[in-house]
Design a protein around this ligand. Structure first.
Ligand code: NAD
Ligand code: AHE
Ligand code: ZN
Length: 369
């Protein structure tokens, strides 16, 4: 069949809207019609050539929602007409990691995902006879996609696609980092670096977890109002203070954060996030994705004196199990999504979504097919 898609033919070039040839689902795979997709900073990072796993030409996008249109042989857990969210972190429930119950990082198809192909080692997408690669096992910048059955979460049918798509990455990553990874306790002091599409969800997760103090840090003053809207109690713009940001936050929080989160992907900021944690127990969670070649550093003394450095992918959420519940939280009004979707675009306008992100003018842009 044919599908309309935004293709990244090369790094650092705008996406091109073209018609692709899409092969149907094979054993254990499903064909999904995407109804909406968000644009996450990770898509921009790959398009900008900063991803050590970046492959071109590819269909980027990993934050979608849609409807199952066809199932391949052997598919049992979903059927045509089911509403689903594609999962870049699948849940096979059989691999060592899934069975361990200790982590959401299902390993069953991670190897082929990183090489831009389906689990059988081939791509389902072609343009003028040339292979177009999949991305993060999702490729949600295409109207139709083929996905492994283990990489879709079945969700309730009354959830609107143009909001539910954000649960495919940003919402789950931010809220999940607080609840699953850090396990923030009531009364805590939380510091969030980077108040974008992820950081604001960390803030709303911290509010849900009962944090008393939520400090937001961003170099863009326009993010102060956004942070307050979701529960931030204090705002710091590092460019507008007299001391370094660590000294400032430690003073502001009576000795440091119980929990801090990096939502920038900047390795210097990751260090600040660790070092603003309270001596003896503060935990810092890295969410941001750093560009290829970057490394983190700190004095080991920071850890010797009790600070903990951790990371999280997809908020520690087990996709097929946890995502439907997060959709329920949204539908029940326990978490907010609507105000964070600042721009709704057509597929033809998708490059505008990247421009808005780079200009700091959007929280989330969503493409509706
Ligand atoms: P975004 O562009 O919406 O937000 C980033 C924010 O960081 C902006 O508000 C920006 O002003 C701020 N910022 C930039 N430099 C800063 C600095 N030096 N100090 C303080 N603030 C600074 O991006 P996003 O979609 O929210 O994504 C944030 C990061 O999280 C990216 O690195 C993305 O790749 C990563 N991410 C990781 C996961 C995961 O599973 N670990 C999931 C989604 C996104
Ligand atoms: N390809 C990069 C790693 C990128 C990365 O860390 N991705 C996150 C999700 S970001 C979503 O917006 C993730 O899930 N990581 C775990 C995994 O298995 O990829 C690189 O550095 O090579
Ligand atoms: Zn993402």
């Amino acid at each position: 069949m044919k599908t309309r898609a935004a293709v990244a033919f090369e790094a650092k070039k705008p996406l091109e809207i073209v018609e692709l040839d899409l092969e149907g689902p094979k054993e254990g795979e499903v064909l999904v019609e995407l109804m909406a997709t968000g644009i996450c900073h990770t898509d921009a990072y790959t398009l900008d050539g900063l991803d050590s796993e970046g492959i071109f030409p590819a269909v980027l996008g990993h934050e979608g929602a849609g409807i199952v249109r066809e199932t391949g042989p052997g598919v049992k857990s979903v059927a045509p007409d089911d509403h689903v969210i594609p999962l870049y972190t699948p849940e096979c429930r059989e691999c060592k990691t899934c069975v361990s119950g200790k982590s959401n990082l299902c390993t069953s198809i991670r190897g082929t995902q990183g090489r831009g192909v389906m689990p059988d080692g081939t791509s389902r997408m072609r343009y003028k006879g040339e292979t177009i690669y999949h991305y993060m096992g999702c490729s949600t910048f295409s109207n139709f996609v083929v996905l492994p059955e283990i990489a879709v979460a079945k969700i309730r049918k009354d959830a609107p696609f143009d909001k539910a798509c954000y649960i495919g990455c940003g919402v789950t990553t931010g809220v999940g980092a607080v609840i699953n990874t850090a396990r923030v306790t009531p009364g805590s002091t939380v510091v969030v670096f980077g108040l974008g599409g992820i950081g604001l969800n960390v803030i709303q997760g911290a509010r849900m977890a009962g944090a008393d103090r939520i400090v937001g840090v961003d170099i863009n003053d326009d993010k102060a109002g956004w942070g307050r809207r979701f529960g931030m109690t204090d705002f710091v713009n590092p460019a507008r203070i007299d001391t370094d940001v660590v000294t400032h936050i430690v003073a502001l929080t009576d000795g440091g954060a119980d929990y801090s989160f990096d939502c920038t992907g900047n390795t210097e900021v990751m260090r600040q996030a660790l070092e603003c944690c309270h001596r003896g127990w503060g935990e810092s969670i890295i969410i941001g994705v750093a560009e290829a070649g970057r490394e983190i550093a700190t004095r080991p003394f920071q850890l010797v004196t009790g600070r903990v450095w951790k990371g999280t992918a997809f908020g520690g959420a087990k996709g097929r199990t946890d995502v439907p519940e997060i959709v329920d939280w949204y539908m029940d009004g326990k978490i907010e999504i609507d105000p964070m979707i600042t721009h709704v675009l057509s597929l033809e306008e998708i490059n505008k979504g990247f421009d808005l992100m780079h200009a700091g003018a959007s929280i989330r842009s969503v493409v509706v097919f």
